[in-house]
Design a protein around this ligand. Structure first.
Ligand code: SF4
Length: 438
């Protein structure tokens, strides 16, 4: 009689860090012989990986859990929402188990208990790179979990704990497996990438039998040897960040720095308790550009933080004009339950926050459009993400997936996703470029 293979449904919500957690759990499930069911009715139980960062994410996560409970009934909840007290259990007392983020072992224990592991060794085969939720040609590489800072608007440290760096040898092995499996771009992520290794005092690990420091610069240098694009995200402007810019200038890693500045007013940055907020940021940006003229600088900002005055907001706009950043995201401050900033005096009214966000984005859009216009006529190397008959959607070194713009390539010919191509830029708008394949 044929044996029934247990099937697990999976719902993955949240940021790239949560996505990596989902990939780890899916990898373990497949490695142990479980099948992944695409529909609730086909699954023996469902795992929901949740986000708990802001109110809208909490609502979305609760809704997803509710749907899984209604459609399937056997539900295990993991992720950031699981770490936020007993909100999940109170809302859905029927869920089988609740864990916090970064808890593959706990999730697997709960799965084993409610849906015993299959024993067919043939179904345990899983590719060495694991199961990926991103397209085959790029992958997120999570190098650490948690954060030692206590930014007053953020509850990540209370959800995920202090910084825990992954061993550098393990990170490199994972990166090597990914590249061997066809990944062309590695996106390095954590809560604070430049702090990698602080918790282990930059311990020396080993890769390919040679010593390698648990430190961002050493890791970036080693990743560069793998031959894939390497893109660094969430880098704080500590002094040693200057060490990775030469790797960018030499073309070893992508000339792309994702630095969340959050504000320009010294007083607001202090109220936010931002790390590395004391240096002269404009001076640093000028220096990075001097060292690597090709560098793309991406950042995010919060407007309408409690107590932000019109003068301080104007200071932020002046900074934006001066810094001429390439890519910028802007959020109106939203009080996250449990964040220390909620207790600060002088909250900014919602309509003022929105109005400041609109002014901020208007200012940045002009900067972005002008910077992209300067690229017309240039020849770029791009990585192809999608192709249809008339065009390919691609990205250059200046474009991270999901968050930045695209390069639309006309006449893609035989180009396919995952190919690198040389293109000539013909047109631009506020966020994207158009180009001809060469
Ligand atoms: S650096 Fe600040 S914003 Fe980023 S995760 Fe840590 S506490 Fe949160």
């Amino acid at each position: 009689m044929p044996r029934t293979i247990p099937k697990v449904g999976f719902v993955s919500l949240g940021c790239p860090k949560a996505l990596v957690d989902s990939e780890r759990i899916l990898t373990r499930l497949r490695a142990e012989g479980y099948l992944i069911a695409p529909r609730y009715e086909d699954a023996d139980l469902v795992v929901v990986n949740t986000c708990g960062f802001i109110d809208s994410a909490i609502d979305e996560s609760l809704e997803a859990i509710g749907e899984a409970v209604a459609e399937n009934g056997k539900v295990i909840v993991t992720g950031c929402l699981g770490a936020k007290g007993d909100i999940v259990r109170k809302t859905y007392p029927r869920v089988l188990a609740v864990t916090g983020p970064h808890a593959t072992e706990d999730v697997m224990q709960a799965v084993h208990f409610h849906l015993p592991q299959p024993h067919d060794p043939f179904t345990s085969l899983v590719p060495p790179q694991g199961v990926k939720l991103t397209p085959a040609h790029y992958a997120y590489l999570k190098i650490a979990e948690g954060c030692n800072h206590r930014c007053t608007f953020c509850i990540i440290p209370s959800l995920r704990g202090d910084l825990v760096s992954r061993p550098v040898g393990e990170v490199m092995q994972e990166a090597e497996n990914l590249v061997r499996a066809g990944v062309k771009e590695l996106l390095v992520i954590s809560q604070d990438t430049s702090a990698y290794g602080v918790d282990v005092r930059y311990r020396t690990g080993f890769w390919r039998g040679r010593p390698l420091k648990t430190r961002m610069t050493a890791l970036a240098g080693a990743l560069a040897e793998l031959g894939a694009w390497v893109r660094l995200h969430y880098v704080y402007p500590y002094p040693h960040v200057d060490e990775v810019v030469p790797l960018m200038a030499e073309g070893r890693i992508l000339p792309y720095l994702d630095v969340p500045f959050q504000h320009a007013s010294r007083r607001i940055l202090k109220l936010m308790k931002r790390p590395a907020n004391t240096g002269n940021t404009l001076e640093r940006i000028r220096e990075w550009r001097r060292m690597c003229p090709e560098i793309t600088i991406r950042s995010t900002f919060i407007v309408g933080f409690p107590g932000e005055t019109e003068t301080e907001f104007a200071e932020l706009l002046a900074f934006l004009e001066e810094a001429q950043l390439d890519r910028v995201g802007c959020f109106a401050y939203s009080p996250v339950a449990g964040a220390a900033a909620n207790a600060l005096p002088d909250p900014v009214p919602d309509e003022v926050k929105e109005e400041r966000r609109a002014r901020f984005m208007h200012c940045q859009e002009k900067i972005s459009a002008a910077r992209l216009r300067n690229k017309i006529g240039r020849i770029l190397t791009v990585l192809i993400d999608e192709v249809d008959d008339a065009k390919a959607v691609a990205r250059s070194s200046a474009d991270a997936p999901e968050i930045d713009g695209s390069v639309f390539v006309r006449n893609p010919g035989k180009l396919k996703p995952g190919d690198f191509a040389r293109v000539k830029v013909t047109r631009s708008d506020t966020h994207d470029l158009w180009a001809e394949a060469l």
